[in-house]
Design a protein. Structure first.
Length: 248
């Protein structure tokens, strides 16, 4: 495939590049390899689940016809269909309803998936490298607890930023963290408010939801530590919320 004018359209833990003139977007894990040194299995799971969901007519951004992952100059790359979209986001209530529909389709996915692979991997990486007392104490409590939770297929990193608003309607994207775990994990993003929670059509365990939010806080703290990010206000907030678990 000849690419005439590649355009970076998103950059963070991974980089997404639109491959003009083709309606294709490439995804390469970059900074995310600090937390997850072997990105290929993550890309393979994402492509497999993306293909499954597209075949079931789920509202997702579909993998390209030959999505890979491909290895180019030693770098793993996956390819996805380009969809026109706007910078707007779905409402919390629409998000909750959409997530219920996504979960209903994912419930029929039969291939094995790892348990809460995003948070558990990121936390494990941070534990190996840092002696931070809050990190270790919170992990000693939350990680064993997480391994007792119910298991079902999940998006893994569900929040409104991973829903593209397209002319054909909203579309889910970014299934890199696809996993099995409790339904509450997909509602534990710290960016979600009560309107999303209340609109979700399934039954939720409120205590588990709060524990999942703390696991998300611990995951974010792990990312700050490993990435060397200096965000004192965010870190102080995460630490204060996690310390409530043992300070009452």
């Amino acid at each position: 495939m000849h690419v005439g004018d590649p355009e970076v359209i998103a950059e963070g833990y991974s980089v997404r590049v639109r491959l003009h003139p083709h309606p294709v977007v490439s995804r390469v894990v970059t900074a995310g390899q600090d937390l997850r040194p072997r990105p290929r299995p993550w890309l393979e799971r994402e492509v497999a689940v993306g293909r499954f969901l597209a075949s079931r007519h789920a509202h997702v951004v579909a993998p390209w016809i030959d999505p890979g992952p491909h290895t180019v100059d030693g770098i793993d790359v996956s390819l996805w269909e380009w969809v026109e979209h706007t910078p707007s986001t779905v409402s919390g209530s629409d998000f909750g309803v959409m997530l219920g529909g996504l979960h209903a389709i994912l419930a029929t996915y039969e291939a094995p998936l790892p348990t809460l692979v995003g948070p558990l991997t990121d936390i494990a990486t941070a534990l190996e490298r840092f002696d931070d007392p809050v990190l270790h104490r919170a992990a000693a409590e939350l990680v064993p607890l997480a391994l007792t939770w119910p298991l079902r297929p999940l998006h893994g990193d569900a929040h409104t930023g991973n829903v593209l608003v397209t002319p054909a309607g909203p579309r889910w994207t970014d299934f890199e963290d696809v996993c099995v775990g409790p339904v509450e994990w997909d509602l534990a993003s710290l960016t979600l408010a009560d309107d999303a929670i209340n609109a979700y059509p399934g039954t939720l365990d409120q205590g588990r939801l709060e524990d999942c939010r703390d696991l998300r806080r611990l995951q974010i703290l792990s990312g700050l530590l490993v990435g060397g990010f200096t965000e004192p206000a965010l870190r102080d907030s995460l630490v204060a919320k996690l310390q409530r678990r043992w300070r009452g």
